[in-house]
Design a protein around this ligand. Structure first.
Ligand SMILES: O=P(O)(O)OC[C@H]1O[C@H](O)[C@H](O)[C@@H](O)[C@@H]1O
Length: 402
């Protein structure tokens, strides 16, 4: 008898375990499925509840290529329910020595405390990413040791007009305050949907791994203050080696051309901002947001931090690196279709002035945003633009050819 365990994480405080056991019986497999729900203590009520239910064993024919699907719905209190979907391929269930990793099965839907769906992606080594349908924002990216790689403020607020302070807010169709729209655009505060049938990507654009496709379509309400119809698609992929890839596609479904800017507002966790340096931006021009966007040329070998920084580096290379000396690790940022890079750290004074940011948190955060800002993207009716960001973490000893 072999057992297979599927851990479904259901929101922040709920866990359920599906335990699949099998018995080989000639050419078919007998499956016994048990469900065991666990409610963690962090629920607030100390009461622990546990229930187990065994289903009648049933036969599976080895050759049938069955995919098992589970939909688990837990109902708690009034109007509150947690859903999780999980499917398992035949190979995974039947106990071949190397279970098949089903990338589609490695995506689960959970809900946050506001009842908003989140998608959790996992890879076979234990890395994970969590993406909220609120803004299409990646809220968490963890390596295989479970370490969080994206910063989220302990004072983050989940309320418009700001994005939740952390992760990777999608800034579209405007970045910053330099336009008629709210700071960083409006899609960051909209509810996106899961796109079950996205238009195909060309084969070079398919990274593999587990992924989710999200979609935001401009609404009647949006048209009142930005009179252009668009479809914004986001595929978030977690690759087998733990890399996080975000690929956005903007399509003009309007009768007239429009222009926009775009940024992945990427909040990286760092051990100590004074021990961090960015390589790949040296000798480039930047627009300094702290000096009315005046243009300067970067001097020196690499960018280091000893005061507030808010800059847009223009025409940057497609690969840059953020080296964290203390933690001895490097974030490698690869990008396509995103010529500019915003570097932001609010430092001490501005941190204290921000209601959704801890006074000392600037020491553990650095924003390095792949962006298209200096020259807005223009799309004619029916045209599509694609921008891609790939984040990798490597030990700092790893040598990079920038
Ligand atoms: O406070 P937020 O609207 O989230 O903006 C936070 C920061 O985002 C970017 O990095 C901009 O370059 C900064 O000027 C801005 O302060």
């Amino acid at each position: 008898m072999e057992n297979y365990f599927f851990l479904l994480s259901l929101g922040m405080n709920y866990n359920s375990t599906i335990n699949l056991g099998n018995n080989n019986n000639g050419g078919s497999t007998r499956l016994k499925i048990g469900l065991c729900f666990k409610i963690s203590e962090s629920l607030g009520k100390k009461k622990k509840k546990s229930t187990e239910k065994d289903f009648q064993p049933f036969q599976l024919d080895r050759s049938s290529g069955v995919v098992l699907k589970f939909l688990l719905i837990l109902k708690f209190e009034k109007n509150f329910e947690v859903r999780s979907e999980r499917s398992a391929k035949e190979g995974e269930v039947m106990g071949h020595s190397a279970p098949v990793w089903d990338c589609r099965a490695a995506a689960e839907i959970t809900q946050d405390w506001n009842g908003i769906d989140q998608v959790v992606l996992r890879n076979p080594k234990g890395a994970s990413a969590r993406i909220s349908l609120y803004g299409g924002q990646v809220c968490s990216w963890r390596n295989e040791q479970g370490e969080e790689l994206l910063f989220t403020s302990s004072k983050a607020i989940f309320k418009a007009p700001k994005a939740m302070r952390g992760g990777i807010p999608i800034c579209f169709p405007q970045f910053g305050s330099g336009g008629s729209l709210e700071q960083h655009g409006f899609v960051k505060n909209k509810i996106w949907t899961i796109d079950e049938n996205p238009p195909p990507m060309c084969s070079d654009d398919i990274e593999g791994g587990s992924f989710v496709d999200l979609l935001y379509r401009s609404s009647e309400e949006d048209l009142k203050f930005w009179p252009y119809s668009f479809e914004l698609r986001l595929r978030v992929s977690l690759l087998p080696d733990g890399d996080l890839v975000l690929r956005s596609r903007v399509r003009n479904v309007n009768g007239k051309p429009f222009g926009f800017s775009f940024a992945y507002h990427t909040h990286l966790v760092v051990s100590d901002i004074s021990e961090v340096r960015i390589e790949g931006l040296e000798t480039l021009d930047f627009l300094d947001n702290l000096c009315q966007k005046e243009r300067f040329t970067e001097q020196g070998d690499a960018i280091t931090f000893e005061s507030e920084v808010d800059r847009v580096y223009v025409s940057t290379p497609n690969i840059i690196a953020v080296l964290d000396h203390e933690r001895k690790r490097t974030y490698v940022i690869r990008k396509e279709g995103l010529p500019d890079v915003v570097v932001w750290n609010p430092w001490e004074k501005k941190s204290k002035a921000m209601v959704d940011f801890g006074d000392e948190e600037y020491k553990q955060m650095l924003c390095v945003n792949g962006a298209a800002l200096e020259r807005p993207i223009t799309l004619r009716p029916g045209e599509e633009w694609t921008g891609k960001l790939q984040l990798t973490v490597v030990p700092s000893s790893f040598s990079l050819d920038l």
